[in-house]
Design a protein around this ligand. Sequence first.
Ligand SMILES: *Cc1c(COP(=O)(O)O)cnc(C)c1O
Length: 350
Amino acid sequence: MLSALPRNLVDLFSDTMTRPSSGMRKAMAEAEVGDEQRGEDPTTRALEDRVAELLGKDAAVFLPSGTMCNQIALAVHCRSGDEIIAPDNSHIFTFEGGGSSAIAGAHSRAVPADKGVFTGAAVTAAVRPPMRHAPKSRLVAIEQTMNLGGGAVWSMTQIDDVAKAAKTHGLVMHMDGARLPNAVVASGVSAKQMSAPCDSTWIDLSKGLGCPVGGVLAGSKDFIAEAWRWKHRLGGALRQSGILAAAGLYALDHNWDRLAEDHANARAFAEAAAAIKGVKLVYPKTETNLVFLDVSGTGKSAAALSDAILAHGVRIGAMGPALMRAVTHLDVSAAGIATAGTALRKAVAG
Ligand SMILES: *Cc1c(COP(=O)(O)O)cnc(C)c1O
């Protein structure tokens, strides 16, 4: 945590670093609002309808964060003692404070995965036998795109393969769609198509879409009715949330297609970084907006390099002793990317 960040920082720390643009702020200021807990906020309802349609589901619910989208989905689908199948490095298992066990009471079952993408055969192998002493396999979760898999995109073939195994074994399928918009823009496959095999699916508004707050979870009518109970239970029901939902509607109109720029910027940065002696790309193919660097060949730690480039006005997070992650987003321009490449080169040489 830094007390004072440099002015004009090129911030590649995360796509959560975006600030609402003036157009978005104007939309927020002008939003029509009401009491959301009572279903009386027209802007929130409009956003929910829009996302339900976008993801091809009956209904949707606006939530304060993506983490709450995951946790509520797991709580609706799973009973205490049920088992969740996902990769060890999934956001659900790694970055949500153990919520799947603390809230849903569910057990975690890690599947082997390549860049976070796994197969139907891996799901089948992870399913517990129907024995009294085994936990009950209940849900399989995929992450689109896979954060700790370098922003890898699940292809439709891969999604369908897992969905088929899920169906065979009577599992519910959930999609963590924090960066589903990036996957859609990168692949040309629609959000609706990608979500079709999933019982629950969501998009984050506060990542690449550039909103200050929120996620929208979608599923069947019954699923969303139960999700609403959890939303209340966890204190996530809101009041005049149209102020926030207006940002979401604005983002769907203005910030979706432009994600292609972030992907081009990520590729440019990856190329610049890979040309630096001692720096290696962890994932040679940059599919979306995440670039992971292995800096073990530089003789410097990731933390030391992260500090050094900050002095050059660039922030890239250290994710491990020799691992760095750069994330492109709408507040980083092509010029910023050039600055970042130069800063990294100087930091490695210095
Ligand atoms: C960021 C993220 C989340 C959580 O979203 P928040 O809005 O930050 O709570 C969940 N899954 C993945 C893959 C993410 O990258």
